[in-house]
Write a protein of this length. Structure first.
Length: 274
């Protein structure tokens, strides 16, 4: 009977170490997979860079990546108002491919940001990671800045100065007209009043808050003639305040007031607007 030659003890030890290293290298899974590739977990969106312009993200904008088998993963998130899903494949340690999935389709106050986010978060992206931050870049230089820290807490409705920055009619949201930027502002006080500027005239009124409803009483205001952009904002805000209880919602530093007819305004907390 033919016998195999005995291997030297040192060579046996080397072969055993090599086999152990190989098993650890693939984590016992399919050869060629690297579980540490890419990134995962919840991330808040800090900003977008689109065509050289930086767009600050709404507080609700976020992205979460859940790893699957191999390089595959699923992304879920919020464009700032509408939710979305996407399929993700980590092609390498520094690149990923995103295939958009489903998304909600609500009318939202910051549609330009939502549209830009959806446009950038697709296709092949370069992944740059540094400690608590990740930057996803497209081939044409657009980028999404992510941060692992949670967004700042929402501003309170009461005792915050709010500056109106957009008007909403049905499915259409638009920034305040030229010449009216920063003019319409108001504060809901703890003593049950609301006061400020409608865009041209100063005003004050009673106010009550019950749950997610804000009711503004009859307005008392100065009587200057208002034309152009300031006049347009003033008319919209006057009609909104006088139209009965308003639904109010705050996301981060943005307040949305919506009337029973669907018309609405958004306003930004003073600390963020300054």
């Amino acid at each position: 009977m033919r016998t195999l030659p005995l291997l030297p003890a040192a060579l046996v030890a080397v072969l055993a170490l090599s086999a152990t290293a190989t098993a650890c290298g693939d984590d016992g899974g399919t050869p060629g997979t690297h579980p540490a590739r890419g990134f995962s977990g919840p991330w808040s969106v800090e900003s977008l860079t689109v065509d050289g312009k930086v767009l600050r993200a709404p507080a609700a904008a976020r992205l979460s990546v859940e790893r699957g088998k191999g390089y595959e993963a699923e992304a879920t998130g919020n464009y700032g108002c509408n939710g979305f899903t996407a399929a993700v494949v980590f092609d390498s340690a520094a690149t990923m491919t995103v295939t958009p999935g489903s998304h909600t389709d609500m009318a939202c106050p910051d549609l330009p940001f939502e549209t830009a986010f959806a446009k950038v978060f697709r296709g092949t992206l370069t992944v740059e990671q540094a400690q608590e931050k990740i930057t996803l870049k497209t081939s044409d230089g657009n980028a999404i800045a992510l941060n692992s820290k949670p967004p700042a807490p929402a501003a309170p409705l009461v005792a915050t100065q709010w500056t109106v920055d957009s008007l909403i009619k049905g499915e259409t949201a638009s920034s305040v007209p030229a010449g009216a930027e920063g003019r319409a502002r108001f504060t809901v006080a703890a003593d049950g009043t609301v006061s400020g500027n409608l865009g041209c005239n100063r005003f004050n009124a009673t106010a009550s808050v019950e749950g997610d409803k804000l009711t503004v009483g009859p307005l008392t205001s100065t009587r200057m003639a208002c034309e152009g952009g300031p006049g347009e904002v003033e008319r919209a805000l006057t009609e909104l305040f006088g139209g009965g209880p308003l639904d109010w919602r705050i996301q981060g530093d943005t307040l949305t007031l919506t009337g029973s007819d669907g018309r609405a305004v958004t306003a930004t907390a003073a600390s963020a607007a300054e």
